[in-house]
Design a protein around this ligand. Structure first.
Ligand code: PEP
Ligand code: MG
Length: 578
């Protein structure tokens, strides 16, 4: 049966392929070998988790009075699976015999059972494997004490048709793990338009629809899907006519792309001759190829924290140095802005940290706050970045600054790293520019503190909007309130840009606003001359710039900024783009 799901289209494009359901239990559980004396304790931990999940199921059943009758029946099935010795006793044997940790024992047993179910001819029986997986998910989550991460194993992915990832949720760490895999799109039940997950989707230039709410429950493995990332819809089991229509649209999109590619080597300037810089945001050294292919004149934001994700340890100075050097050399003399790590919030270094009570991680010890509280870790990163500065023009960018003393402490830390390198006679760029992200309203308002202390600024609109409007950028329930055109956001942007211009400090925008062609003229008119965005957007933005006249835009935007009423503002923006 064909049906359509609606969500948030966060990465444009169309994909047609087969659903690949991601189990959140085949998560990256640690594979630990226990000492013999730890075995009994591990078995007790496993038993306690099974018991806790059983109690949870029973409580669910009790509270399910007003729920559909099927729910109670489903819980009964899950209780039955949980009580079965295959799930409640066999993992104990695995823990004892193979001396592995409880999570790993359980996942091994789950994989064995799923393989058994796969062999059933009867579709109904075969599909009971999903119940096994869901029960195991619950127990693993209980063991880990936090919502588990998904993982993707290409495994049988060598199917002919393109694969579409269907997940309840994907953390940035999950998404990054997919980077090397071949898949055509992804859709999730949760997630907002500027969550790091959707940013990654755009940076990988694959269509994505988030916030489908119950897509994962309704879609079955192997079903044919059309993902329309522009409209935010997913069509499950489309009929032939719809398929044809979408195939045609895919061809049109390809045609437009090939037209844009012709702009790649022309200079980026407005109709009245003002040069504009278009830089790329990257996450990993491997993205340099995409940046260059997309027409980037430099890297405006290297989100280094992605080097830290999906691993339990911290890359040492040598490993970081090699990664930074690779980017700098890869960009062949073009400028590279390396941001020190922005860990915390939704990009947690230690997954187990999320089990600790954190009232609101986005307001917590994130980014520079974390770096300053871990001076050894910070020194390692600063030294690695400084060492890479010998191979090309590198700028150092600091995320999430709010206070003057944070800037002062950071500059002192940079000085300390420089001095240690001098002592060891290791070469680096003594004049390396140090800049700050403007992504907290306090920073935009008290911009003088930043202009006096730093060499350049970069406005992170993703966080600036989140913090100005008090909208969690990764929460789909408030995604509709996340508004880049809110007058308060525009005021903060305009104030930052004009203040920096007065004192001749370069300022870029590296948030998602910079990569949205609908906002290109608005930003140009506000005075922005350096844009940094995911590589897939560069030529689209460039095409707008080539057709824009700054002398006209500046006065039109000045008038637009005086409008407070959202409807009037949107009308004015439409006229600007006409
Ligand atoms: C931003 O906040 O706009 C930004 C560019 O940084 P990130 O998206 O990595 O938080
Ligand atoms: Mg940010």
């Amino acid at each position: 049966m064909s049906f359509t799901l609606h969500g948030l289209g966060v990465s444009a494009g169309i994909a047609i392929g087969r659903a690949h359901l991601i189990s959140q239990a085949t998560l990256e559980v640690a594979h630990l070998t226990l000492a013999p004396r730890q075995v009994d304790k591990e078995i007790a931990r496993f038993d306690a988790a099974v018991d806790a999940v059983r109690k949870e199921f029973l409580a669910l059943k009790e509270n399910a009075e007003h729920a559909p009758p099927e729910l109670s029946a489903f819980i009964d099935v899950h209780l039955m699976f949980l009580a079965d010795s295959e799930l409640s006793a066999k993992p104990r044997e695995i823990i004892r015999e193979r001396r592995c940790n409880a999570e790993w024992a359980l996942v091994q047993q789950m994989e064995y059972l799923v393989a058994q179910f796969d062999q059933f001819e009867d579709v109904y029986l075969r599909e009971r494997k999903f119940d096994v997986v869901q029960v195991v998910e619950r127990v693993v989550k209980e063991l880990l004490g936090h919502p588990a991460r998904a993982s993707f194993k290409a495994g049988k992915a060598a199917r002919e048709e393109a694969l579409i990832i269907v997940a309840h949720d994907l953390s940035p760490a999950d998404t990054i793990a997919f980077k090397d895999q071949r898949f055509a799109a992804f859709i999730t039940d949760v997630g907002g338009a500027t969550s790091h997950t959707s940013i990654l989707a755009r940076s990988m230039a694959i269509p994505a629809v988030l916030g489908l709410e119950n897509g994962r429950a309704l879609i079955r493995d192997g079903e044919q899907l059309i993902v329309d990332g522009m409209r935010g819809i997913v069509i499950v089991n489309p009929d032939v006519r719809v398929l044809e229509e979408y195939r045609l649209r895919m061809e049109q999109i390809e045609l437009e792309k090939s037209k844009l590619r012709q702009l790649k080597n022309s200079p980026t300037q407005t109709l009245d001759g003002e040069a504009i810089a278009l830089h790329a945001n990257i996450e990993l050294p491997g993205d340099v190829a995409d940046a260059l292919d997309g027409g980037a004149e430099g890297v405006g934001l290297f989100r280094t924290e992605f080097l830290f994700l999906n691993r339990g340890d911290m890359p040492d100075e040598e490993e970081q140095f090699e990664a930074y050097k690779k980017v700098v050399k890869g960009m062949g003399g073009r400028p590279v802005t390396i941001r020190t790590f922005d860990l915390g919030a939704d990009k947690d270094l230690h997954p187990e940290a999320s089990s600790r009570v954190k009232t609101n991680p986005a307001l917590g010890r994130r980014a520079i706050r974390l770096s300053l509280s871990e001076p050894r870790m910070f020194q390692i990163q600063l030294r690695a970045i400084l060492r890479a500065s010998r191979f090309g023009p590198v700028k150092l960018l600091i995320p999430m600054l709010a206070h003057a003393h944070e800037i002062d402490q950071t500059l002192a830390a940079v000085e300390q790293a420089k001095s240690s390198l001098r002592g060891e006679k290791i070469a680096f760029d003594e004049q390396i520019p140090v800049g700050g992200m403007i992504e907290i309203p306090a920073a935009a308002l008290a911009i003088g503190l930043f202009l006096r202390r730093l060499d350049f600024l970069s406005i992170g609109t993703n966080d600036l909007i989140q913090y100005t409007l008090a909208i969690d950028r990764s929460d789909e329930q408030v995604a509709a309130l996340y508004d880049p055109l809110h007058p308060a956001v525009l005021m903060l942007l305009a104030h930052t840009l004009s203040s920096a211009e007065k004192v001749g400090i370069p300022v870029s925008v590296c948030g998602e606003m910079a990569g949205d062609p609908k906002l290109t003229r608005l930003l140009l008119g506000m005075g922005l001359r350096i844009f940094s965005m995911h590589p897939s957007q560069i030529l689209k933005v460039k095409s707008r710039i080539l057709k824009s006249d700054l002398s006209e835009l500046t006065s039109a935007v000045r008038r637009l900024l005086r409008l407070e009423e959202p409807a009037k503002l949107r009308d004015a923006l439409e006229k600007l783009n006409a």
